[in-house]
Design a protein. Structure first.
Ligand code: PRP
Length: 207
């Protein structure tokens, strides 16, 4: 059996449909259930349903052989695993966003940046030689500049509708993000006969 760590939510449906196109029986993933451990009817695949940020943990520890996770999470988690394939789903952008009308002249020497990508934000601002105070948050990041908690945010933007609804805009796109297929290093060796054909099927399903 090949085990997957997958997340529900935005990526979930796109991910299930891609796996299906690659020949994986995903009927268990389509069930409306609160169960966190599922398996395909043919018992070839097991699925663990986890929070996006926990996918790399399950794969690094070898609890799951494979995982599907956004590049944003991979960068932030920085785990020891193999990134096998860009699945081109869940496309979004990691951006600096804030009030569009507050230009450079308003910029304080120490920019306050709210984010759930603390390590990545620190790295990005350090690489740019900009001093920034990183304010860690867990969600609703857009609220930070609205309430004065931060000057800007560093966050993923998909449709842009959350920014727009809160009067904010993208100030700068830092890098594009998409979902990746990741593998546990030992699983890739021990189960290569099962995993590599699946990777090939996924690659073809992407064409
Ligand atoms: C993410 C992100 C933004 C929003 C962007 O949050 O942090 O808030 O999605 O998407 P959009 O550009 O399509 O509006 P998520 O929905 O994961 O919830 P969160 O606030 O709990 O982080």
């Amino acid at each position: 059996m090949i085990t997957f760590a997958l997340s529900k939510g935005r990526l979930g449906e796109e991910c299930a449909s891609l796996l299906e196109r690659a020949g994986v029986d995903v009927s268990a993933l389509k069930e409306d259930t609160r169960r966190l451990v599922l398996e395909s009817a043919d018992k070839r695949y097991g699925f663990f349903l986890v929070k996006p940020a926990d996918v790399p943990v399950y794969v690094e520890q070898g609890v799951a052989d494979l995982g599907v996770v956004g590049k944003d999470t991979l960068l932030e988690e920085d785990r020891q695993l193999y990134e096998l394939l860009d699945l081109k789903i869940g496309a979004c952008r990691l951006c600096i966003a804030g009030y569009p009308d507050r230009g450079a002249q308003d910029r304080k020497p120490l920019l306050r940046v709210a984010t759930k990508y603390v390590k990545t934000a620190k790295r990005v601002f350090a690489e740019r030689g900009e001093e920034a105070e990183i304010i860690p948050l867990h969600g609703s990041i857009e609220l930070a500049p609205v309430t004065g908690l931060s000057d800007v945010i560093f966050d993923v933007v998909q449709t842009g509708s959350t920014l727009e609804a809160n009067g904010l805009a993208v100030l700068e796109e830092v890098f594009p993000v998409s979902a990746r297929l990741v593998a546990n290093k030992v699983s890739l060796k021990l189960k290569s006969r099962e995993i590599l054909p699946l990777v090939e099927n996924l690659r073809e399903a992407l064409l």
